[in-house]
Design a protein around this ligand. Structure first.
Ligand code: PLP
Length: 466
């Protein structure tokens, strides 16, 4: 005889079955970036179904403050009517047209104009679109090489970047990424990519307490590497203004200005990877502006559309624009591009999103809320045995966890997983990366939700014993 159940129980059972099914399909049919396929079965991912403001909800109806900001990209928060309406309007008007030679469309033109206005300080003069950060980096690297070929210096094809830098996953961008973990399974990598030490105070072999000395030592490494390779073989130096995925490393204030001087001395291009830092996350509109450096090339993605539709952009300054403009042979023709370079829906989303970034002064809010979050999190260094270092700028922050503060031995995976889980139970989601917790909420976050994240973390550190 069938067991009789009331309608609400029946509904609950259906929902549970649906969730089990979703997890099973996910584990069996989907491969996730940056994870082993077998992990999905052991540790089913959170299935996120809704987002509003800085809050997200999972398939079981649990809600969290999104301390990850999607993936460092939902700068304007979830569910912004202005962005949605701009996308819908564009859908009605023109869903797609190519920007390959011979055609263009109004939104890509307007967005280019807007981006160049926003980067007047950096003398940016040209925009090239793609669909994300890795694409934008690939564009930067290829066109940097082309720039030197145009100038008749075809041997300048090498790139120098930082050991803890992250620049994406294409062959070019993963080759300039510092962490070999992102390359090992796919090697051989692109030829001609070299890495120097990151100016990282917490883990550096040079100095215990003098960031300026560290900045100087690491900049000297750049110069030594350029000279070692032969300056006339180096195309560009590539760096994030604040290193994100590598563990939110904030270089000492003298580092980038010194690197710019060294690049100028040897004619090397300076590529600033602004994929995370761009559009306010560090508390400045652009991360490199905060360092006082004017790059030759800037790569943008993530926050450009606030994550609503994929878009990447690579900006080139007057020096590079002039070289292309003064060339009239085939080597100066851009043999690079993507079907979705300047997709109209993405450009419409970007225009609406950047409008919000400016009108609501999101860089200013990132600075205020970031300072507040930092002032609270910094106390963890004294309070908790496992918190070795809290660092960051604006709304990009890392908590580095160690099992011994003297030796700085990194905590193991189970400890990191427990802290993550406890934080989640207290209503906030943060990102784990090795022995770091990374916090990068939407830039619209206000004090009460910063408190939710910090309180959740605090309880987690109190409850999980090292
Ligand atoms: C600094 C930086 N550059 C490039 C990328 C690659 O961007 P995407 O994942 O959109 O290809 C990322 C991604 O996190 C990034 O953080």
């Amino acid at each position: 005889m069938p067991i009789s159940i009331n309608p609400s129980e029946e509904r609950e059972q259906q929902i549970n079955l649906h969730h089990v099914q979703m997890n099973k399909w996910n584990a069996k049919e989907q491969w996730h970036p940056m994870g082993h396929p077998n992990d999905s079965l052991k540790n089913p991912p959170l299935i996120i179904t809704k987002g509003k403001g800085v809050h997200i909800e999972d398939i079981d109806g649990n809600s969290y403050v999104d301390g990850v900001g999607g993936l460092w990209n939902i700068n304007c928060g979830y569910g912004r009517a202005e962005i949605k309406e701009a996308i819908i309007k564009q859908m009605d008007e023109l869903v797609y047209y190519s920007t390959f030679r011979g055609t263009s469309h109004p939104r890509s033109i307007e967005l280019s104009h807007k981006l160049l206005e926003m980067t007047k300080v950096e003398n940016m003069r040209r925009v090239f679109y793609s669909s994300g950060g890795s694409d934008a980096m690939e564009t930067a690297m290829k066109l940097a090489r082309q720039y030197w070929k145009i100038l008749g210096q075809k041997d300048r094809y090498k790139f120098i970047s930082l050991k803890d830098g992250y620049h994406g996953t294409h062959f070019g961008s993963s080759s300039v990424t510092g962490n070999a973990r992102f390359r090992r399974a796919y090697e051989p990598a692109l030829q001609g990519c070299y890495h120097i030490d990151s100016p990282w105070m917490y883990r550096n072999p040079f100095t215990e307490d003098d960031p300026i000395l560290l900045g100087q030592k690491c900049a000297e490494q750049l110069e030594r590497m350029i000279v070692h390779l032969g300056a006339d073989t180096v195309a560009a130096f590539i760096a994030e203004p604040v290193l994100g995925a590598g563990g939110v490393i904030v270089p000492p204030e003298n580092f980038y200005p010194l690197c710019r001087e060294i690049c100028d001395k040897h004619g090397v291009l300076f590529i600033a990877d602004e994929v995370i830092c761009g559009f306010g996350r560090t508390g400045e509109m652009f991360g490199s502006r905060g360092t006082g450096v004017k790059p030759d090339i800037m790569t943008l993605a993530k926050g450009i559309t606030s994550g609503y539709i994929p878009l990447g952009a690579t900006l080139f300054n007057d020096r590079i624009d002039d070289a292309f403009a003064n060339n009239n042979d085939s080597i100066g023709s851009i043999a690079h591009g993507y079907t979705y370079s300047g997709h109209p829906l993405a450009c419409a989303a970007a225009l609406a999103s950047l409008d919000i970034v400016e009108k609501e002064d999101l860089p200013g809010n990132a600075s205020i809320q970031g300072d507040y979050m930092m002032s609270r999190l910094k106390t963890f260094e004294d309070k908790f045995a496992s918190v070795g270092n809290v660092r960051g700028k604006g709304l990009m922050v890392a908590i580095e966890m160690v099992s011994d503060k003297k030796t700085k031995k990194k905590v193991g995976k189970p400890y990191v997983a427990s802290i993550y889980k406890k934080t989640l139970e207290r209503g906030a989601i943060v990102r784990t990366s090795g022995n770091n917790l990374i916090i990068s909420p939407p830039l619209v976050i206000q004090k009460e939700d910063v408190d939710v994240i910090v309180n959740a973390l605090e309880r987690a550190f109190e409850e999980v014993i090292l």
